[in-house]
Design a protein around this ligand. Sequence first.
Ligand SMILES: NC(=O)c1ccc[n+]([C@@H]2O[C@H](COP(=O)([O-])OP(=O)(O)OC[C@H]3O[C@@H](n4cnc5c(N)ncnc54)[C@H](OP(=O)(O)O)[C@@H]3O)[C@@H](O)[C@H]2O)c1
Length: 487
Amino acid sequence: MPATPLTVVIFGASGDLTARKLVPALFNLHRRGRLPAGTRVLGVSRTQYDDNGFRNELQEKISNFFRSAGEEWHETEWAEFAQCLHYVATDPTAPGGMVPLQNWFAEKEGPAGGQRLYYLSVKPELYPSMSTVLGEAGFAQENGGFRRLVIEKPFGHNGATATELNRTLHKHWQESQLYRIDHYLGKETVQNVLIFRFANTLFEPLWNYQYIDHVQITAAETVTVGSRAAYYDTSGVLRDMFQSHILQVMTLVAMESPGRYSADSLRNEKMKVLDAISVPKVNGKPQVVVGQYEGYRSEKGVPAGSKTPTFATVKLNVDNARWKNVPFYLRSGKGLKSRYSEIMIQFHCPPHLMFPLPPGEVLQCNRMTLVIQPNEGIHLNFQAKVPAVDGVRLQPRDLSFSYKDAYAGQALPEAYERLLLDAIHGDASLFMRSDEIERAWEIMDPIIQATEAADAPDPEEYLLGSQGPADAVKMMAADGRTWHALP
Ligand SMILES: NC(=O)c1ccc[n+]([C@@H]2O[C@H](COP(=O)([O-])OP(=O)(O)OC[C@H]3O[C@@H](n4cnc5c(N)ncnc54)[C@H](OP(=O)(O)O)[C@@H]3O)[C@@H](O)[C@H]2O)c1
């Protein structure tokens, strides 16, 4: 726990992420008594507010979010929490723009100093200039208290820009001061992958090529791009979802157990997986299918002939002894049938089956599904005998664990609560290191380039509310496999 007073400084304080995620997470941490005593939250952006104006603006937005999500609004606790909210209107990147911040800290912290967690919740183009002006103003120097910088994704647009961003950050910041956030890793069910694998003896012996046929990782959304269309069109699903969220989940599924639970031990093991990933090719091209939901090109801000994919599937290998010949199929998209994320482990079929199957019926071999959202849980699918006095009929059934049932009345913490608290405590286990980011781009760049090449076919259109484009099904069928259907 920090010994001297903590200030969480949010750059981009008048923006969407601040109101929708960051301040609600800090408010909930305050309600749970998890914020260090005397914590201040300082909002910084160019919009003119005074402290009270900022507090009122946030109260209105956040109480509406709580109510529209059917959650109770805690008026009294908010009034108490709001006292720690402060605001400075400035553009730190403009000439003299750091002065109001320097004055604020001189007044509030005084000579005793304090701990500071800076959060860059501004558009990515500002990360280099903002981290630099902070560094130049001495805001990275840990004289008496920690100085940490949280950076939101996206971390670059490709490998070259990510490397350049890291280089710029490292001019003023030590790697240990940098917290690159991927909120997916803050999800309880994603962290549970490690507990499930490494705190149980039951599954780990099966977790390899001898028993596993393939792995599917899915992150499906029903929402379309909506008001983010103009931004999204410059990114697309491969950058937006695969480069960080999905590859990060894949590392947790595939990694070896670190010797101890520490940020660098964990990240070293994740890095080994990223290092071992290869992209299988057919006719010299990566195995990737891209799609676009019907109507995407008519979204406001999307150019008429846009080839930006809103759906993709990618096949990857992990070239090590554990995962020999076990493909990982990754899938993500918008405008799909359901909002559903899972890791599906498909085990091999029994080498010999003595039970006759009805003509045309294929055995559904064991599979384990770790559902990340919604209805978080774990399902083990196995064959059972249908009760009958004659004959033997098999039927796949589920052995299920559901968070909702197991922890009834206990809401799963929001990812941002967990991650902000970890950053305050200096635990970087769930944040990404520079080498992970750069290697992830190294994997994704050739795949993205293949889909963006001048001679690349247009993304296949798929119906809103569907399972995605037909080519994704064909890609699996060519390998003699099928997708686990979206529920
Ligand atoms: N929203 C999400 O759900 C989400 C999810 C994942 C990642 N992210 C990432 O989080 C970051 C913030 O996203 P957002 O949706 O909150 O964006 P946003 O709504 O556009 O907010 C950007 C903020 O930056 C401020 N700003 C712009 N230029 C500034 C400057 N020179 N000095 C100080 N403040 C400045 C803006 O306020 P003023 O105009 O008042 O200065 C505004 O408060 C982005 O990098 C985004 O990619 C967002």
